[in-house]
Design a protein around this ligand. Structure first.
Ligand code: GAR
Length: 200
């Protein structure tokens, strides 16, 4: 079983998609060991606790310096002996030491077709606002490995989603989640888990 930790900042609908995929057997080779949020009000923490999964808030604002926040976050992650860290709407930069320690073992879901609308400043609704402002007819979502850059790591899976006339950032965000994010994130996890099983 691939041991995964999921990092979130908000609603946690991608976390829910992973939980649903576990329930229906689409993910059969991975289990969630811990969920961590930087935001105490993240509903995703509730989703995890309801399932009896360890769930913690580690908020940057509770520390005097960024380094202390980074140490606490990495320390918590390290407690669980994880094979994979999933950034499922985690909107805070992760500690550089985490990227090094978990090289090729961190994935992120991004709500666009990278390399479009990604990098610093592109997160959440902003991404869809930018896509609509540019007038693209197709957008989508990407699951990629995390490296030292922002949204620069190797791409694992992508799925395209049509933009409709009259879309708002909210309507587009919803369609990208439903048609792309909630599908390719569980798919990527099962793919990585299957690869690990083959190696063992
Ligand atoms: C998702 O749309 C995810 O792709 C995005 O944040 C949202 C979180 O929603 N992530 C980024 O923008 C990362 N750059 P959720 O909490 O409901 O899963």
């Amino acid at each position: 079983m691939l041991k995964i930790g999921v990092l979130i900042s908000g609603g946690g609908t991608n976390l829910q998609a992973i939980l649903d995929a576990i329930d229906c057997g689409q993910i059969s080779k991975a289990e969630i060991k811990v969920v961590i949020s930087n935001n105490p009000n993240a509903y995703g923490l509730e989703r995890a606790r309801k399932r009896g999964i360890d769930a913690f808030c580690i908020a940057p604002g509770d520390f005097r310096e960024r380094k202390e926040f980074y140490d606490a976050l990495l320390g918590k992650v390290n407690e669980y002996g994880l094979d994979l860290i999933v950034l499922a709407g985690f909107l805070v930069t992760i500690p550089p030491a985490m990227v090094q320690t978990y090289k090729n073992r961190i994935i992120n879901i991004h709500p666009s077709l990278i390399p479009a609308f990604c990098g610093r400043g592109y997160y959440g609704l902003n991404v869809h606002e930018a896509a609509l402002a540019r007038g693209v007819k197709v957008t989508g979502a990407t699951v990629h490995y995390v490296d030292e850059g922002t949204d620069t790591g190797p791409i694992l899976l992508q799925k395209a989603v049509e933009v409709y006339d009259g879309d708002t950032p909210e309507s587009l965000q919803k369609r990208v989640m439903e048609e792309a994010e909630w599908k390719i994130l569980p798919q990527a996890i099962e793919m990585i888990a299957a690869r690990q099983e083959e190696r063992e």
